[in-house]
Design a protein around this ligand. Structure first.
Ligand code: NCD
Length: 300
């Protein structure tokens, strides 16, 4: 594997291997403390980030590598002087052994990978993809439920602009007997290309507008924030779908509640105390999954 541009870059076997390695790294991190010895990795972020950048940087350091970073490349890098992404990548690859890139354009990771001689890892590209988030989301499901096949999922919130949902549903479509409910305001429904993709792969997808339309036995609820930054002022008029304790009470004890974070009001704080809310565990898993990914990428 060279670049990580899309969740499509991973087949189910590769994911299984990655998840087993993640388990091992969680158990014995010291065994991997020099996997990236002598490597310098660049984190090049053109959009805000807390979890993705810091968990990548923590992962690199815990594997014995070093980090160079621009956390606000949109305003503080030579992009302000009009430098093209292609040129920035050609320069940064001269300093580093891999580039972790987050960018506001849907095609940014592909463009970077075309010119880069070192691996490019997509840490979020526009509204399109967030493959490493999907890795940690799938790992979280696998580690709690013991499987990804045969489960019923609700993806909810902003299904239109939420890149984490796009990467996640694309890969869920490759597992067997998966059923997905898409719960959103009509304006934020899952784009047709993903609905078609699910249909082609024989996944049952139902679009709905209320938690009343969803069975109380669902295995996973994956809720998301309205991506206001991708829709100008119109977004403010779209009422948020809120999960509070009353909504959670509709579901059984085995329904887990996930969220990529950051959250606004779409999950009430009171829900944090509910054992079924796993979003902080999910974000912690991000560091270990990224350690496994980086270890694999540099394995000889
Ligand atoms: C997500 C993203 O950047 O797409 N955040 C993350 O990486 N955990 C989700 C979001 O911003 O809503």
């Amino acid at each position: 594997m060279k670049h990580v541009i899309s969740i499509d870059d991973f087949n189910i076997q590769q994911l299984e291997r990655l998840f087993r390695l993640t388990d091992q790294i969680r158990q014995s991190p010291e065994q991997y403390a020099s996997s990236l010895a002598g490597k310098v990795i660049a984190t090049l972020f053109y959009e805000p980030s807390t979890r993705t950048r810091l968990s990548f940087e923590a992962a690199i350091q815990r594997l014995g590598g070093k980090v160079i970073s621009t956390e606000n490349a949109r305003e503080l890098s030579s992009a302000v002087k009009g430098e093209r992404l292609e040129d920035t990548i050609r320069v940064v690859e001269g300093y580093s052994d891999a580039i972790v890139l987050r960018h506001y354009e849907d095609q940014a990771a592909e463009i970077a990978a075309e010119v880069a001689q070192v691996p490019v890892i997509n840490a979020g590209s526009g509204a399109k993809e967030h493959p490493t988030q999907a890795l940690l989301d799938l790992y979280t499901i696998y580690s709690i439920k013991g499987k990804i096949d045969g489960l019923t999922y609700v993806v909810s919130g902003d299904l239109r602009y939420g890149r984490t949902v796009h990467s996640l549903v694309k890969k869920l479509a490759h597992y067997s007997n998966v059923r997905i409910y898409g719960l959103s305001r009509p304006e934020l429904a899952l784009p047709q290309e993903y609905v078609e993709y699910l249909k082609q792969r024989g996944v049952s997808y139902s679009s709905c507008i209320s938690f009343d339309d969803v069975p109380s036995t669902v295995d996973v609820i994956y809720h998301t924030r309205t991506q206001l930054e991708r829709m100008g002022t119109n977004g403010k008029e779209i009422a948020e779908i809120i999960i509070d304790q009353q909504v959670m009470n509709r579901f059984g004890e085995n329904t887990i509640l996930m969220h990529p974070l950051p959250r606004n009001q779409e999950i009430a704080m009171e829900v944090d105390e509910d054992q079924r809310a796993v979003y902080f565990q999910q974000s912690r898993n991000g560091m270990y999954v990224r350690m496994a990914l980086l270890h694999t990428l540099f394995e000889r």
